[in-house]
Design a protein around this ligand. Structure first.
Ligand SMILES: [Ca+2]
Length: 245
């Protein structure tokens, strides 16, 4: 059980392993290809999606760990943490985006079930590898096989089976009526875009937009269109617009 050894070693903000750190970077895009019309999709409650992606159950607040987490600056700088580390207990963050309020959101891969959407806050532990909604690639539990522990943060949302999330963006354009603030996530295994319809910080419903290719990144253009980058040799940039009703 290869993961059992690593699962016994809790995440630590004393190292950069499994942490979300401040960084700077940019990406370049190639030429645009022909528009890909997008027909008006239907949506459905998240609980009805095959594979049942879902929001984790709420945990009671309280206890010393949660109280400490409510003072993240004190916690981070009073424990020898590297100053560039924002949060920890992450497994494999694939992308990050700021919502319209300027708050940080991330998606991360889990091995077999348990891909996560998180809204990391400073100084908090997001659980890996102590808690997870996934299994090891072998099908064995990871660590103690638990999904919650006091003091460890729950994801906003998770997928089982996985979608293999990649790039993400908040929809801020005006081409897709009613999509303002929705989260768009590129899917590698799921070969399309996953659209999360939000109700505040909760995922109210999920829609899959199949594109027939592994999607590495998603962006919203100043024209309001959605641009998706395929993950393949001689990959393409697809431009998505609403279909005619
Ligand atoms: Ca987690």
């Amino acid at each position: 059980m290869p993961c059992a050894r690593s699962a016994a070693r809790p995440a630590s903000w004393l190292s950069r392993r499994s942490t979300l750190s401040r960084t700077h970077g940019s990406s370049a895009c190639g030429p645009l290809h022909s528009p890909l019309p997008l027909s008006a999709p239907s949506s459905f409650p998240a609980s009805q999606l095959p594979g049942a992606p879902r929001s984790p159950p709420p945990l009671p607040l309280g206890g010393t760990e949660m109280a400490a987490a409510s003072r993240p600056e004190q916690r981070r700088h009073g424990s020898g943490a590297r100053p560039e580390i924002w949060s920890y207990g992450h497994r494999n963050i694939q992308s990050a985006a700021l919502d319209p309020r300027g708050r940080l959101w991330t998606v991360e891969h889990s091995p077999r079930g348990g891909d996560e959407l998180n809204r990391p806050e400073a100084g908090k532990n997001y659980g890996w590898p102590v808690i997870t909604y996934g299994l090891d690639y072998s099908g064995e539990p990871i660590g103690q096989g638990i999904t919650a522990r006091e003091g460890l943060e729950q994801p906003i949302y998770y997928w089982d089976p996985v979608i293999a999330p990649a790039g993400m963006a908040f929809y801020t354009g005006d081409k897709f009526a009613g999509w303002e603030g929705n989260i768009l996530i590129g899917g590698l295994v799921s070969e399309g875009i996953v659209r999360l319809i939000m109700d505040g910080d909760r995922v109210a419903a999920e829609e899959r937009i199949p594109l027939g290719a592994r999607i590495r990144d998603v962006k919203v253009g100043p024209d309001g269109a959605i641009y998706a980058v395929t993950d393949e040799k001689d990959g393409r940039i697809l431009r998505l617009l609403p279909g005619r009703r």
